[in-house]
Design a protein around this ligand. Structure first.
Ligand code: SAM
Length: 258
């Protein structure tokens, strides 16, 4: 029997109702190109595979990789590796999808969720959908809108690149061992209207980081280094970072990158 490893964020899903809802949200079908990050002992893997021709698994734990190799299930391809270093762009483009969708799914280890979400941004133009279980507090920040108390750097950066929706909230009792926090499932669809160049994305990172550097301070202070290039209105100068819309940040990034 596999003992859950804390350092790999191993909390295995047990609740069949929750598993069913997540698989329904992923909506697998035969011609899809899907990779599951962190299959663990397969709570999502087996139900997913029953509707797919082929499923790639990416797992860091060598013992679990050995377990899956031993299972030797038809259509499964197990990759041993660290999702933070994995080349999702190459993965997405190596397999013809025949008009199907390219999806990344997983009940993610919570200790790597933010860096992993940013790592995946570089492949967003070739991925159709991501469905992830994450810490509920992170999902709240991801979907929070301008003016909301949870609206943050993470909200702006991810909403600039994805349309996102909260699918399901999941209590600790759904797992074994139980995590200390609540969880939630989020769907992320790369925005079709995203046209930022690398330089503009980089400028967005900079202006958003500066704006949120001191949440209580007005933008007059936080964005003072850009004051010669950004024409902030009087009300914007007095506003705080969390009051500014994602689209306005994008406009500023475009100005700064020219
Ligand atoms: N999918 C299973 C489930 O729902 O029961 C397991 C989920 S568990 C929260 C996270 C899984 O991700 C574990 O299998 C863990 O070994 C794996 N993992 C942890 N860090 C990883 C990384 N950097 N790259 C790939 N997999 C990782």
């Amino acid at each position: 029997m596999h003992r859950a490893r804390k350092r790999f964020g191993q909390n295995f899903l047990q609740d069949s109702g929750v598993i069913y809802s997540i698989v329904a949200a992923i909506n697998p079908s035969e011609n899809m190109h899907v990779i599951e990050i962190g299959p663990g002992l397969g709570a999502l893997t087996k139900p997913l595979l029953s509707s797919l021709d082929h499923l790639d698994l990416l797992e860091i734990d060598r013992d679990l990789v050995a377990y899956w190799n031993q299972e030797n299930l038809k259509g499964l391809n197990i990759i041993e590796g660290d999702a933070l270093k994995f080349d999702f762009l190459a993965w997405a483009t190596t397999r013809p999808v025949n008009g199907g969708l390219c999806k990344v799914v997983g009940n993610l280890p919570y200790n790597i969720s933010s860096p992993l979400l940013f790592h995946l941004v570089s492949a967003a133009h070739v991925i159709d959908e991501q469905v992830f279980m994450l810490q509920a507090e992170v999902v709240e920040r991801m979907v929070s809108k301008a003016g909301g108390s949870e609206f943050s750097r993470l909200s702006v950066m991810l909403q600039a690149r994805y349309d996102m929706e909260l699918v399901l909230e999941v209590p600790p009792e759904a797992f074994d061992p139980q995590p200390k926090v609540n969880s939630a499932v989020v769907r992320m669809i790369p925005r079709r209207d995203f046209h930022l160049s690398d330089a503009q994305w980089h400028a967005l990172e900079k202006v958003v980081a500066a704006a949120f550097s001191q949440r209580r301070k007005m933008l007059r202070t936080n964005l003072s280094v850009f004051s010669d290039r950004l024409a902030l209105s009087d009300s914007e100068l007095k506003a705080r970072a969390q009051d500014i819309s994602v689209e306005r940040y994008i406009e500023w990034a475009k100005v700064l990158a020219t």
